[in-house]
Design a protein around this ligand. Sequence first.
Ligand SMILES: NC(=O)c1ccc[n+]([C@@H]2O[C@H](COP(=O)([O-])OP(=O)(O)OC[C@H]3O[C@@H](n4cnc5c(N)ncnc54)[C@H](OP(=O)(O)O)[C@@H]3O)[C@@H](O)[C@H]2O)c1
Length: 325
Amino acid sequence: MTKAIRVYEKGGPEVLKWEDVEVGDPGPGEARVRQTAVGLNYIDTYFRSGLYPPPQYPYTPGSEGAGVVEAVGEGVTNVQAGDRVAYGTAPLGAYAEIRLIPADNLVKLPDDIDDVRAATMMLQGMTVEYLLRRTYPLKAGETILLHAAAGGVGLIACQWANHIGATVIGTVGNEEKAELAKAHGCHHTILYNEENVAERVREITDGEGVPVVYDSVGKDTFEGSLDSLRPFGLLVSFGNASGPVSDFNLGILAPKGSLYVTRPTLFTHRSVPGRLQEMAHNLFDVVQSGAVKIEVNQTYALKDAAQAHRDLEARKTTGSTVYIV
Ligand SMILES: NC(=O)c1ccc[n+]([C@@H]2O[C@H](COP(=O)([O-])OP(=O)(O)OC[C@H]3O[C@@H](n4cnc5c(N)ncnc54)[C@H](OP(=O)(O)O)[C@@H]3O)[C@@H](O)[C@H]2O)c1
């Protein structure tokens, strides 16, 4: 018998239950991982609330973790028992002491990346990799607008964009978060609850606007993001922290400057053959070189997942959050 969080119905953080579960032997293509650390991500709240439907009930939440492979099933060649591994694109099931996982989601960890950092950097870090290098291949000298700049994805993106040589304009919820973002390579901060984002972006860019906006906040920031773009600019809408963007009128892209909008996911990028290892390698490179520091600012026991969800949704967290198993 081992422990895991189980969810039987959609709802608030109280639906996260800490229970005994049985974990069997790995089937063909699977590995069994004894986890040491698990990452908290905003997407975990979308599945819990029902914004994104989980594949079935009951289910165990979570898409990111690190630990040691205990056993592998038939046909698995990329990892073996005893390997230290991490993952950030797995099917749900990370909030568990021990889990089964399709082995092709696993990446072997370099010795100098510890389990806690690994368990929080895979999903957020590979997201930043595809946002900055693939969705809009960012170049030195360009200026970007990035929402929620002091969050998990946000702090990684500030540092990575800075490393590329871009100028970062970041939005944040309060002064403390502004200071934190600035300490991680964000050149200009906007308190988006108090200031008009598009007006401030125009001021900072001498009226021009930015070529790309990375927007994970969704409903509350969508209009301001469009209004911050220069002609032919790209809005990358990649999350819904304030709620989903609905009733989108395609026609408004014309008068605002022949704009582009995309709604990418890590899972589409990860599905390209060979891409997972490539993205993980690029992430490890910037972390190992010191260009990107993974700031694990909150730690919870896995059984306290409900409190972690409450704090994340109340905007109390900064940087990345880990569950210790
Ligand atoms: N599409 C993808 O592939 C992909 C992959 C990973 C993550 N994401 C998305 O990226 C975003 C960031 O994820 P994360 O795990 O790093 O979370 P996070 O940024 O650490 O936390 C969310 C932040 O959003 C801001 N926010 C603005 N309005 C909010 C509201 N009404 N309620 C709650 N928060 C609000 C808060 O920062 P302030 O207080 O500064 O406003 C909050 O701290 C999420 O939307 C997530 O879904 C997308």
